[in-house]
Write a protein that binds this ligand. Structure first.
Ligand code: SF4
Length: 284
């Protein structure tokens, strides 16, 4: 049996940065530090940091003194509210996400209607759309294209700027952009900036390649991790026998052992130890 772990599997730079800096602060200060939302979409990582004093809250109103902003970023309103309340923000938003916020604000100022292609209830999309101004729309599925075109007409703007959530599925982003262009038929000046991050693109590309070569593909990641779900979609397109799990306990190891070639890929918030544990159980 051959077990291949994807080279791009596991923590991306943004997640690695948040975890290491948070852990360092907790170890040095030995005091409670609040975090706005789950620090990463991975239960095991959260539990480890909670033991060291991390307190996850879902609202800035619950924060007493200072709070970490995770890689996904927060809305403009949260920054404003923190200032009003005198709360210190430890801003660990991924620099790539901050860059998108900056670009979105510039284009909004220059009278573009902004379409953010992303998952509606994802914290990163919610944070980014708050920097896009009132003439903007968070679009998740192709079916919403007509709705957004109507909104653009009503806005009286003539320019459209299209961006993406950093972990959106690349092929789906390209399809939606193409359809927007076809449906607006040169009526608008359209600028597209593919803001899907390099780490995500490489990981999705490698998942597609690896899943073509194996008999079973295992995708590892948190149940509420958007980038992990996208990897699972990519894997399924190329390998019918694809499974999604958060930990080794969820896998039927005896069933997996029946396959000759096994591929494993993990989402951006999955520690390498979990992937290695799965591999060891399979080859044992
Ligand atoms: S996926 Fe990319 S943009 Fe998102 S946190 Fe990781 S490195 Fe940053």
């Amino acid at each position: 049996m051959e077990v291949t772990i994807g080279k791009t599997s596991g923590f991306c730079g943004g997640v690695q940065n948040v975890i290491s800096k948070t852990e360092k602060r907790l170890d040095e200060e030995k005091k409670t530090i609040y975090c706005l939302g789950e620090i990463v979409h991975n239960r095991q990582v959260i539990e480890k940091l909670e033991k060291k004093g991390l307190k996850i809250v879902n609202n800035i109103e619950e924060v007493k003194d200072r709070a970490i902003i995770r890689a996904h970023g927060v809305t403009k309103e949260v920054y404003e509210r923190a200032k009003e309340k005198g709360i210190e923000l430890i801003d660990l938003t991924c620099p790539k996400v901050l860059q998108i916020h900056k670009i979105a604000e510039e284009y909004a100022k220059n009278n573009y209607y902004i379409i953010l292609i992303g998952v509606k209830n994802h914290p990163e999309s919610i944070s980014t759309i708050s920097f896009c101004g009132e003439n903007s729309y968070l679009l998740e599925e192709k079916e919403e294209i007509e709705t957004v075109i109507e909104k653009i007409k009503k806005s009286n703007l003539h320019k459209i700027f299209i961006i993406a959530q950093t972990t959106y599925k690349l092929t789906k982003f390209e399809e939606i952009v193409q359809e927007i262009k076809e449906k607006t038929k040169n009526k608008y000046e359209i600028e597209v900036k593919n803001t899907i991050c390099e780490a995500t693109r490489k990981r999705q590309g490698e998942t597609a390649e690896l899943s073509k070569k194996v008999n079973i593909m295992i995708i590892v990641g948190g149940k509420n991790s958007s980038n992990t779900k996208k990897l699972y979609d990519v894997a399924k397109e190329n390998c019918k026998k694809s499974v999604l799990c958060e930990t080794v306990e969820e896998l039927d190891i005896q069933e997996i052992k029946k396959y000759e070639k096994v591929g494993i890929m993990a989402g951006a918030s999955t520690p390498d130890e979990i992937v290695e544990e799965i591999k060891q159980k399979i080859i044992k």
